[in-house]
Ligand binder design. Structure first.
Ligand SMILES: Cc1noc(C)c1CN(C)Cc1cc2n(n1)CCN(c1cc(N)ncn1)C2
Length: 391
């Protein structure tokens, strides 16, 4: 049984919640508008190594190592795959963070969070080597109405063996009740583009922006799975983790998100429509699409109906749901129907909430975990571009 609120509304950096009393706990997404320059990318250490090799000069070990950093860390879904928890070392603390490609702040419960608000959580204690970024503060709101704010330190952060010594760590001085009650996570690690980082007056860089020049390739890969551990990999692709070929398409980072356009979509294997533009968002639980597509999908589900008390489409938990697929540059990315039978709305287990729901008319789609966990997803700073392969 999945408790409490469903969040059907997205926000433009303000808390908007079409909250309903009993449907599954899911996350929508926060929208912050910023421009970001196009980036094409070659790692400096890799450039130096290549130049030295070109003239037959020996490549010092520290140059070779810096040019070739890679790392991998396990990520584990909470109940109903509602979010994915990843262990990250922040200073001297090991925290359970939600790695979120839909936002760009690394924030955590901290020694500055009132103890009443951080009960049940691990929290960040600025290490002796940490330095406070004086005068800077942050304040973030998400689509489900959750929020947090605080102050900023620079400290060492390590994910899967990849480290950055002076990462901006946003220490919470206050968090909303949704985060206090969600003891699965101790904060978020944003991997959207740094242009939407909320630190003021000096926006800070994401962990990926900081380490990409030291990685063997300027990429990270999300391998999220249904009801089992997956991984986030940094700096490399692993052909044992996907089948077929990776299909890449351009990313429009002008709004700070990993935004891409799928060429077409199909419901139950029948080509149903044209292009879909949306963002790849590991921090959103569901797949949120234009109403016309959502309506067309649930027309194929016997007994499905829109339940305003749940804020979305529901159906009998015994229903067999059709697949939903998009095509990207010749690759067909198919979500199995049972991923779209998301979760029971209450303990009776008779009515279930759909994994495809409305994007509330924000003008683009949100490819959240219901979609991403069917794919091997490469987030590539060179371009930038995004790649998909079948897991
Ligand atoms: C409990 C629980 N379990 O699964 C979830 C989710 C919860 C809710 N709970 C309060 C936890 C929570 C709420 C949010 N998060 N985590 C992550 C950041 N949020 C995002 C990010 C983003 N890219 N897009 C939309 N929101 C909102």
């Amino acid at each position: 049984m999945v408790s409490t609120k469903v969040i059907a509304a997205m926000a433009v950096y303000s808390a908007v919640a079409a909250a309903a009393p009993t449907a599954p706990q899911t996350k929508t997404f926060s929208l912050v508008q910023e421009a970001v320059p196009k980036s094409s990318y070659r790692a400096p250490a890799a450039k130096l190594a290549k130049a030295l090799a070109k003239f037959g000069a020996p490549i010092p070990d520290h140059v070779a190592a810096a040019a070739a950093a890679t790392g991998s860390v396990s990520t584990t879904p909470t109940e109903y795959d509602s979010e994915y928890v990843t262990k990250v070392t922040v200073g001297a603390s090991t925290l359970n963070l939600d790695i979120d490609t839909g936002s760009a702040d690394l924030w955590a419960f901290s020694s500055k969070t009132p103890s009443s608000e951080r009960s049940g959580h691990n929290y960040y204690k600025p290490s002796s080597s940490a330095t406070e970024v004086s005068g800077d503060s942050w304040d973030i709101s998400y689509g489900d109405g959750s929020s947090a704010k605080g102050v900023v330190y620079k400290d060492k952060v390590t994910i899967g063996g990849v480290s950055y010594a002076k990462q901006a760590v946003e220490a919470a001085t206050s968090v909303s009740s949704e985060f206090t009650s969600d003891t699965s996570i101790d904060g978020l690690l944003g991997l959207a583009f740094s242009s939407i980082n909320t630190v003021s007056p000096t926006p800070q860089k994401t962990f990926f922006d900081n380490v990409k020049s030291s990685l063997a390739k300027p990429i990270f890969v999300a391998i999220l799975k249904h009801d089992e551990a997956g991984s986030y990999d940094f700096g490399f692709t692993d052909s044992s983790k996907y089948t077929g070929e990776i299909a890449y398409t351009d990313v429009d980072d002008s709004q700070g998100f990993w935004s891409f356009t799928a060429d077409s979509y199909s419901i139950a294997g029948s080509k149903s429509g044209g292009s879909i533009t949306g963002i790849a968002d590991t921090g959103t639980t569901l797949l949120l699409l234009d109403d016309s597509i959502v309506d067309a999908y649930y027309k194929k589900v016997n007994g499905a109906s829109y339940d305003s008390s749940q804020g979305g489409y529901v159906f009998s938990c015994s229903a067999t749901l059709p697949t939903f697929a998009i095509t990207v540059n010749g690759h067909t990315a198919t979500i199995p129907g049972d991923y779209i039978n998301y979760a029971p709305v209450d303990s009776s287990g008779s009515s279930c909430y759909g994994g495809i729901q409305s994007n509330s008319g924000i003008g683009f789609s949100i490819f959240g975990d219901v979609f991403l966990k069917s794919q091997y997803v490469v987030f590539d700073a060179s371009g930038p571009q995004i790649g998909f392969a079948t897991q």
